[in-house]
Design a protein around this ligand. Structure first.
Ligand code: FE2
Ligand code: FE2
Length: 504
């Protein structure tokens, strides 16, 4: 216990150091921007009043300090990963850079102000996206205020006065970013992402038109007023389009799971899914039903439904090593009839660790690999334990006939553990009535609770009841009784020619 605490403290100190390092790199990046933007006169910027740059550094430091302490109190585990710290800074630096480029060469209103919020929403989560967007808006405001770089390139709105324009970054960033986070929750397709640009454009145009109202009475007049709104709409579409461009890069470089990647992972063209379909068709069909059950349960618990679906697709991928050793892929011949129960149990239980290794080797997300390893926990393999007891006259060690674990560490792994066993058990039922399915699912959950399979995940009794109800409803639906068809057949002239036995 003390050892793990010390390791955690060490990781936090490490991430604080990386945070400080990233801050220095960020300041150097801003310095570089100043030099590039004014190649001939950047020295004047420091000569005239170096305290402005110092103010920028201090304000940026305070903002990064807020980010660090937010994660320190809210999500220490997130902060412990240096990869996450790098990711936060990469997204902030990238967003500042794109805002600089579009503000400098197009218009200040064309800056993709919702880009950071959208990237953080898909790469992290909603709460973190709102916090980081707030900090980013303030950061851009600080940069705009203490450098001439962004305000010098404002173009269209320059007449309204530089002190007004810098507030755009604050207002637009905060409102558009937050609006984007709140409306993008249900976006699951790339088309939907582009459509999101239209929704963000509404508050953007309202803010621009209100803040630019004095410009009508200036030299620019109506044309500049309308152009500002047009550039604002462009900025919103840029936010959506650039999110689509940069997301795959973050998915690949930081091996992050986004809704788009999870959807791709369940595509029929994924190599492991293809193999499962051709080499282990029984397992593939079983995985499809488990995926359907897991997705429904995840929705009922408010968990990530896409992750549950993808994890269920891959949960039994370890069976690819010896597909014929598993009942669902056998057609008559059973290899286990020729093996000792100990060897059979060894083959069966190794499909969890084989699945984990296969998924890690294929560079698939660790979240999926963890579910593959945990979905049987430390449960006994009843069939072969019973066989061993019979053959040895009661001399069999239960540990030799149990899965190696670990037990589920997430709600999704727990859901898949229950859905997996329920699907298999429902197949054996002669009468698939809701009462029978309920009895089987209840006994599956109770047995796993008795065997301490849920002690490492934070699933509650209430959630287990919800999982049970959802699975019973879904399985009763999947295995509904068909209407009995009349035993007749038609010929080409649509006349009854002969009677056939009922289809079973
Ligand atoms: Fe399995
Ligand atoms: Fe399974």
């Amino acid at each position: 216990m003390e050892g793990s605490k010390a390791a955690g403290r060490k990781k936090l100190v490490g991430s604080a150091f990386v945070f400080a390092l990233c801050y220095v790199v960020f300041i150097l990046f801003i310095l570089l921007m100043i030099v590039i933007n004014n190649p001939g006169s950047w020295k004047d910027y420091f000569r005239q009043d170096y305290s402005r740059f110092l103010s920028l550094c201090i304000c940026a430091l305070l903002l990064f300090y807020i980010v660090y302490y937010y994660f320190y109190f809210e999500d220490k585990e997130f902060l412990m990963s240096i990869r996450n710290v790098f990711m936060i800074f990469s997204i902030i630096t990238l967003s500042v850079l794109t805002c600089y480029l579009f503000g400098r060469f197009v218009s200040i209103f064309a800056r993709p102000m919702a880009l950071l919020a959208l990237l953080c929403l898909f790469v992290f989560n909603r709460r973190q996206a709102i916090l980081l967007n707030f900090v980013f808006s303030l950061l851009l405001f600080v940069i705009d205020t203490y450098t001439d770089n962004f305000s010098a390139s404002m173009g269209v709105g320059a007449e309204a006065g530089a002190h007004v324009e810098v507030y755009f970054s604050l207002m637009l960033g905060f409102v558009c970013g937050t609006f984007a986070v709140l409306t993008a929750g249900n976006v699951k397709t790339r088309g939907g992402m582009l459509l999101l640009g239209t929704f963000i454009a509404v508050p953007t145009v309202i803010i621009i038109l209100l803040l630019e109202l004095p410009a009508i009475y200036g030299n620019s007049g109506w044309i500049a007023y309308v152009a500002s709104a047009g550039f604002g709409i462009l900025g919103c579409f840029l936010s959506s389009a650039l999110t689509l461009c940069f997301l795959p890069v973050f998915e690949f470089v930081f091996n992050r799971l986004t809704v788009f990647r999870l959807r791709e992972l369940t595509s029929a063209n994924m190599p492991l899914i293809k193999r499962l379909r051709t080499e282990a068709p029984g397992t593939f069909n079983h995985s499809l039903i488990v995926a359907q059950l897991a997705e429904t349960c995840a929705i009922a618990l408010g968990e990530n439904a896409e992750l549950a679906r993808a994890a269920a697709y891959y949960h039994d991928v370890g069976k690819l090593k010896q597909p014929d050793c598993f009942t669902e892929n056998q057609t008559g011949y059973n290899l286990h009839d020729e093996l000792t129960p100990e060897l059979s149990a060894d083959i069966i239980r190794s499909h969890t660790t084989d699945g984990y290794d296969l998924l890690i080797a294929a560079r698939l997300p660790k979240e999926l690999a963890d579910v593959a390893r945990e979905h049987h926990g430390t449960l006994p393999i009843k069939f072969f334990y019973d066989k061993a007891m019979r053959l040895s006259g009661g001399d069999a060690n239960i540990k030799d006939y149990s899965y190696l674990g670990p037990t589920p560490h997430s709600k999704i792994a727990a859901i898949i553990m229950i859905a997996d066993a329920s699907e298999a058990a429902a197949r054996t039922l002669k009468e698939r009535t809701p009462e029978n399915v309920e009895r089987v699912v209840r006994s599956i959950i109770e047995e796993r609770m008795d065997l301490d399979q849920f002690v490492d995940c934070d699933i509650t009794m209430r959630e287990l009841t919800t999982v049970k109800t959802t699975i019973v409803e879904a399985l009763s639906g999947v295995h509904h009784h068909r209407v009995k068809y009349p035993s007749i057949r038609f010929n080409r002239d649509r006349q009854v020619v002969k009677e056939e036995p009922d289809e079973k």
